[in-house]
Design a protein around this ligand. Structure first.
Ligand code: ADP
Length: 658
């Protein structure tokens, strides 16, 4: 009920009695006299009568009699009733009493029945006639038209759910009967069905066995279906017994579309509501089913072009309210037909693979399950935000990593170039001994060549001796070439080059490079290789450079030591995870306070020292994932140790960078 305050008769009397009293007082003050007295009485009577009228009107509850064609629980009736009540009970104005009566077609019918029904109404309501009658459905309107004279001939009638097609067969309605005709759009529904199933070639029309059903069938046969003749072949399943109908429907293929007009009685003579009929047909059919009633939606039917029954109720309710409020039926100006639109069951759209794009925007889509996105919008938004944030963060980290890599490569390149410069300096330092080492085989070659010449000059056949000389020349040449090769390897500028190599071999190569220098300085170099090969991954030339540096430093430290004690021992040992190389000398050792500083750049105790050798050595070792440190040997001299990991192919060139 509306929450609007209503004007009760007591309130009205009080409100309207007040000005009457005031006027009375006013008139009393008129000059006395017989005429004046009479006039005063008339005036008061008229005023009271006029002012009291609305009070009586407000007191009277308006009665609305709704006569439905069918039974109480017909879904269409339930929907229409909902719409009607929503409007009538929700609008301000006179209080309403709604009475519902059901003709219960098609279970009952016929003239006698209708007479009885009219009598029943007359007996029930007597002289207390309704203010408005609502006729719901064709049969109800027909009944009202037929019995109105004997019932309530002057009461306005609003019809709802009365088909335009049936109305067109009647003579014009009296002015007191108004309503919005229902265009029961069989053709519109079939048109939509064939549009949504453009490949369908058969139209199967299902109708029932009641008189109303037969009317529909006739209309479909004569007017509706012929319109689609060129498009599809039509087949009628009219008034079939339930089992037969089920069987025929089950045999349909996807070439077919079913149009169900809905029926009230099946071929077995059983009464059924059109909605239940729709449910039975849809569940049996192997082809999509369409129907012209809103109440079919949800039964398994795909949809149809329909006016909703609730809308019927609402529109009728609006007319009723206006009539009760005093409007005349002629003044209502109602639309020509109830608007209709396509209503579909989304589940059926999916089931039959109907292109969702073919469903018009103004269509009503029922039973659409919200998509995951629709159902979890907030969560999805948060997840997306987190994802984007994360992606942004990852992107930023990747850029940073790239930058870091770039910086690392730059550092690596610089270190490499520094190492190369240091090797050049080292080579320059060793030039004397290297030149000597090359000169030796060259001198020997020359001597051998001279000797060979003498032998040839002698004229005698000394082929064996000549062969031995040539062999010596070849050997000396190889020696000289080997020295040059080593020197080139040492001083050549190459890119950072990480390859597998064997550590013992590298140590032996170092000894070969320094052999001449050691001899020059009268130092013995002892190499104690590891028992088993030590496979390494790295830049062999750089590791050799470190070792050369350590051995040269060791020789420097023994410059003042007696010749017999000038000995450098280079040992390689396998340790867990790699190898340890120790370079031990018998020199002056390192003062304890200098020990932490020897690897610093530019730390040198030598007169012409640069103080870069050990610092470069440390960067090289660390770039190979190792470490290097110095200690004083027990007794005398120093030991430089370094540990390098054995083959570790996973290590990147920059590993171990500070
Ligand atoms: P440089 O040889 O130009 O001085 P290094 O970095 O190679 O530069 O050596 C730094 C310093 O470490 C040397 O000046 C020396 O004082 C000390 N040092 C290096 N090796 C030894 C060693 N075997 N015994 C004693 N001191 C050493």
């Amino acid at each position: 009920m509306a929450s609007q305050p209503r004007l009760t008769s007591d309130m009205a009397r009080t409100v309207f009695a007040m000005p009457a009293y005031l006027l009375d007082q006013l008139v009393v003050r008129l000059p006395a006299g017989a005429e004046t007295l009479r006039a005063r009485r008339w005036l008061i009577a008229a005023l009271v009568a006029i002012l009291s009228l609305p009070a009586f009107a407000a007191d009277e509850t308006a009665k609305v009699l709704v006569i439905y064609s069918n039974g109480r629980l017909l879904p269409a009736n339930v929907e229409a009733d909902r719409g009607l009540r929503a409007v009538l009970e929700g609008s301000p104005g006179r209080q309403l009493a709604i009475f519902d009566e059901f003709l219960d077609y098609p279970r009952f019918g016929g003239e006698a029945y209708e007479r009885e029904f009219a009598n029943y109404l007359r007996g029930k309501f007597g002289d207390d006639s309704p203010d408005v009658i609502v006729a719901a459905g064709n049969e109800a309107l027909q009944f009202v038209i037929a019995h109105r004279a004997g019932l309530y001939s002057r009461v306005p009638v609003v019809h709802m759910g009365v088909t335009k097609q049936w109305l067109s067969t009647l003579p014009p309605l009296p002015a007191q009967i108004v309503g919005i005709p229902w265009d029961l759009d069989f053709a519109g529904t079939i048109e939509e069905a064939l549009r949504l199933h453009s490949t369908a070639r058969r139209l199967v029309v299902v109708t029932g066995a009641s008189a109303r059903d037969r009317q529909w069938e006739a209309e479909l046969r004569s007017e509706v279906v012929p319109r689609f003749n060129g498009q599809v072949t039509a087949e009628f399943l009219a008034g079939l017994p339930a089992a037969g109908l089920r069987k025929r429907l089950g045999e349909l293929d996807d070439n077919a579309v079913v149009f169900l007009a809905g029926f009230f009685r099946d071929g077995d003579g059983r009464d059924i509501t059109p909605r239940d009929a729709a449910e039975a047909v849809a569940s049996a059919s192997a082809a999509p089913v369409y129907g012209p009633f809103e109440t079919f939606i949800g039964t398994g039917v795909v949809g149809g072009r329909v006016s909703t029954f609730e809308d019927f109720g609402r529109r009728a309710g609006q007319s009723v309210r206006r009539l009760i409020d005093g409007a005349s039926p002629e003044s209502l100006r109602l639309p020509e037909v109830m608007p209709a639109r396509l209503v579909v069951d989304w589940r059926q759209v999916r089931r039959w693979g109907i292109d969702a794009g073919a469903i018009p925007d103004d269509a009503v889509v029922r039973f659409r399950q919200p998509t995951f996105l629709e159902a979890n919008r907030t969560e999805v938004m948060i997840a997306m935000a987190v994802f984007l944030l994360q992606a942004g963060l990852i992107g930023w980290l990747l850029v940073e990593r790239r930058r870091r890599r770039g910086a690392e490569h730059a550092v690596e390149r610089q270190r490499h170039e520094l190492a190369h410069a240091s090797r050049l300096a080292m080579a320059a330092e060793l030039t004397g001994s290297i030149a000597h080492e090359i000169n030796q085989p060259l001198g020997a070659i020359l001597n051998n060549a001279d000797a060979a010449e003498l032998i040839l000059d002698s004229g005698a056949d000394h082929r064996d001796e000549l062969r031995a000389i040539l062999a010596d020349i070849r050997r000396d040449d190889r020696r000289a070439s080997e020295v040059i090769r080593r020197l080139r390897a040492l001083i050549s500028k190459h890119e950072v080059d990480r390859r597998p190599f064997e550590l013992n071999e590298a140590v032996r190569e170092v000894r070969a490079i320094l052999d001449a220098e050691a001899r020059r300085r009268r130092v013995t170099i002892d190499v104690l290789p590891a028992r088993s090969p030590v496979p390494m991954m790295g830049d062999r030339v750089e590791i050799e450079q470190v070792l050369i540096n350590l051995v040269v430093n060791a020789m420097d430290a023994m410059a003042d030591v007696a010749e017999e004690r000038r000995k450098v021992v280079v040992s390689v040992d396998n340790v867990t995870g790699g190898a340890e190389i120790a370079v031990r000398d018998h020199g002056h050792g390192i003062a304890p306070d200098r020990l932490p500083r020897v690897f610093e750049s530019f730390f040198s105790t030598k007169r012409e020292g640069m103080g870069l050798g050990l610092s470069i050595a440390r960067t090289i070792v660390e770039a190979h994932g190792g470490r290097i440190w110095a200690e004083n040997a027990p007794g005398e001299g120093a030991i430089f140790r370094m540990q390098l990991p054995a083959t570790d192919f996973a290590r990147q060139p920059s590993a171990g960078q500070p």
